[in-house]
Design a protein around this ligand. Structure first.
Ligand SMILES: Nc1ncnc2c1ncn2[C@@H]1O[C@H](COP(=O)(O)OP(=O)(O)OP(=O)(O)O)[C@@H](O)[C@H]1O
Ligand SMILES: [Mg+2]
Length: 368
């Protein structure tokens, strides 16, 4: 799939950015704080409705009262248009081919992206929450059933946790908790099952990519780590453990196990990379994971996602940089933000490049 056009209005520091004709490789240059990352984030948001910011309001340009992002898409020979718009006090408004879409789950997945930014090192170094989020965004883009189960699970979990958090002043109704647990098992088991399957695929693609980048010197794997013994009948195991933990959950005021507590471990040569890998090795692992994400999406929907690369070449030696770029070369569409634009242009001489300044396009889109 390819994004053929992009129009961004009042998104962060971008007042108006109109890119009516996008290429296969698009290099975005400009000085610090010009709006390069914001341009990529607008594409990421248009596609996933996920944000790197805490609230939608944070993305509204200072002094404006709404933002909107529109994109034209070529997917499997068909032309599509996507639009997301946000104004204060409301939820986002979505349009697909000009028609309003009420549910996010009917919109996410139309444009699929792999976003790769410098801070993605946090996938290896950071909290389990960051890894769960990455998995959720990845799988939701190719599996609407997953997204629906996840939304259901998250909603029931919030209700149950609210009840549990008030348990210190009012003993919660056991029948209500039981009903919540039943719903959590239903949707939660589905979420875990799909994540575990994804982790198996991802781990293989991850190791393959990693072997190529590290020139076969290291082996890498991903391991889905369940917050309870999740073997055999997942739903039954989840239900039994939730029942056993009920007194502890009432005492602690929160739900102690489930997909919201699970993790995915990054391993290198059998050891957890968070603790044992060097900076360069961690960067290499993240690259490998992003390539695995790409393969996962490609395999799931038989179509290539769009790749967003935001200044990700730091801390890689020349051999690893070259190996990484060889992976990206055959991909149908790349957006590359780089302060080393000249070096990227040498690698992709046919790329379109455009320069952002003060949140707007400085020069007309030019083929170089
Ligand atoms: N809601 C907003 N309204 C206006 N400006 C904003 C908003 N949110 C963020 N900005 C500003 O956008 C500017 C550009 O940010 P961006 O991250 O896109 O820069 P960049 O070109 O990627 O820079 P760098 O090369 O340093 O990574 C920042 O200075 C930031 O303060
Ligand atoms: Mg940036």
């Amino acid at each position: 799939m390819r994004l053929s056009s992009l129009f961004v209005h009042n998104f962060k520091n971008i007042g108006e950015l109109d890119l009516p004709q996008l290429s296969g490789v698009n290099i975005i240059t400009g000085r610090n704080a010009s709006g390069k990352t914001n341009t990529l984030q607008s594409i990421y948001f248009l596609s996933t409705l996920s944000t790197q910011f805490k609230t939608y309001q944070q993305a509204v340009r200072f002094g404006a009262d709404f933002f909107s992002v529109k994109g034209g898409l070529e997917s499997s020979g068909a032309q599509k248009s996507l639009e997301v718009r946000y104004g204060p006090g409301r939820d986002v408004k979505l349009k697909l081919n000009g028609n309003t879409v009420a549910k996010k789950s009917d919109y996410i997945g139309e444009c699929r992206v792999v976003n790769f930014a410098f801070e993605d090192i946090d996938l290896v170094r950071g909290t389990p929450g960051e890894r769960r989020r990455a998995l959720n965004i990845l799988i939701s883009q190719v599996n609407r059933g997953y997204l629906k189960s996840l939304q259901k699970y998250t909603a029931v979990l919030a209700h149950k946790n609210k009840l549990l958090s008030e348990a210190f002043k009012k003993r919660p109704d056991a029948a209500v908790l039981e009903a919540f647990n039943e719903q959590l098992c239903e949707s939660g088991a589905e979420v875990i099952k799909i994540r575990k399957e994804a982790a198996v695929f991802l781990s293989q693609a991850f190791d393959l990519a990693h072997k190529r980048i590290s020139l076969g010197l290291e082996s890498a794997s991903l391991e889905y780590k369940c917050s309870f013994e999740c073997v055999g009948d997942l739903k039954a195991a989840f239900a039994a453990k939730l029942k056993e933990l009920l007194p502890a959950e009432i005492a602690r005021g929160t739900t102690l196990i489930g997909p919201h507590k699970d993790d995915m471990l990054f391993k290198i040569n059998g050891r957890e990379a968070k603790y044992y890998a060097s900076d360069g090795q961690q960067r290499t692992l993240v690259f490998s994971f992003k390539l695995a994400e790409y393969r996962y999406m490609q395999d799931a929907v038989k179509d290539d996602p769009v790749i967003l690369l935001d200044d990700v070449f730091y801390e890689l030696d020349a051999d690893r940089k070259a190996a990484v770029l060889e992976f990206f070369r055959p991909m149908p569409q790349l957006f590359i933000v780089s302060l080393e634009a000249d070096w990227v242009k040498k690698v992709f001489p046919d790329a379109a490049s455009f320069r952002i300044s003060g949140g707007a396009l400085q020069d007309a889109l030019q083929k170089e």
